[in-house]
Design a protein around this ligand. Structure first.
Ligand SMILES: Nc1ncnc2c1ncn2[C@@H]1O[C@H](COP(=O)(O)OP(=O)(O)OP(=O)(O)O)[C@@H](O)[C@H]1O
Length: 215
């Protein structure tokens, strides 16, 4: 896959309306390839929505956007470059933890060591347990294992620290640091700017439909 493009994500005059709400009001954004960015903002500001837009799961109302040079409207091309770790979900509740990781690799035609991915996130003892019987923090850990196996050139992570204990937050930082160390672009939506700052150099705040750089 050719990822020589200078920018991982770009928006130009981006407007996004969801129902009655306007989430983006003419946003322009350039995220260079390989950069780590924290996406901050209050509950309901639109962080998840912006991540979904960059994953080509939502359409812009007006304006344009690109991921690694591909128009966001070209969902098939964009999705090849993107992995989105959702705030919750993303796994199949009736499959076990191990089956979920095996299935994810198969779907993406990738190979990987699911047993060691589960060990890394402290879930080796729960490998055969169905996801519906995992705690919220354990499901987050499973999603981190999934991320470590599926990370793409543009890796979007929604609230990676939520529901995690102290060791789990350290683990999340470790997984995210690895993403950037591998030269991938990382956007982390979080309510913990001080934690996100460990793995990102730039912070953007989404408020009232506008993105502003944080000092
Ligand atoms: N499918 C949808 N249809 C209509 N409105 C939606 C939809 N999804 C989200 N919204 C609205 O868009 C706004 C932004 O939601 P979003 O989940 O992106 O916020 P967020 O910044 O991620 O919030 P939080 O920090 O609480 O996770 C909210 O007001 C929400 O109600």
């Amino acid at each position: 896959m050719n990822v020589a493009t200078e920018y991982a994500a770009q928006l130009r005059g981006a407007w996004l309306r969801l129902g009655r709400e306007v989430i983006l009001r003419g946003v322009t954004l350039d995220i260079p390839a390989g950069e780590g960015v924290a996406l901050l903002g209050e509950n309901g500001a639109g962080k998840t929505t912006l991540l979904r837009l960059l994953a080509s799961s939502l359409r812009l109302t007006r304006g344009e956007g690109r991921v690694y040079g591909f128009d966001l409207r070209d969902g098939r091309a964009v999705r090849d470059f993107v992995h989105l770790m959702p705030v919750e979900g993303g796994t199949y509740p009736d499959l076990t933890a191990a089956e979920n990781l095996d299935f994810a690799l198969k779907m993406h035609r990738l190979s990987g060591d699911t047993a060691s991915a589960l060990r890394r996130v402290g879930l080796e003892h729960a490998a055969e347990r169905r996801v519906r019987f995992l705690s919220a923090g354990m499901r987050k850990r499973l999603n981190l294992a999934r991320l470590s196996l599926l990370a793409r050139p543009l890796t979007l992570v929604d609230e990676p620290f939520a529901n995690l204990d102290a060791a789990g937050r350290d683990l999340a930082l470790d997984v995210l640091a690895e993403v950037t160390a591998q030269g991938r672009t990382l956007i982390v939506a979080a309510h913990e700017p001080e934690l996100a700052a460990w793995v990102t150099r730039r912070a953007l705040r989404l408020q009232a439909g506008t993105l502003t750089e944080q000092p």
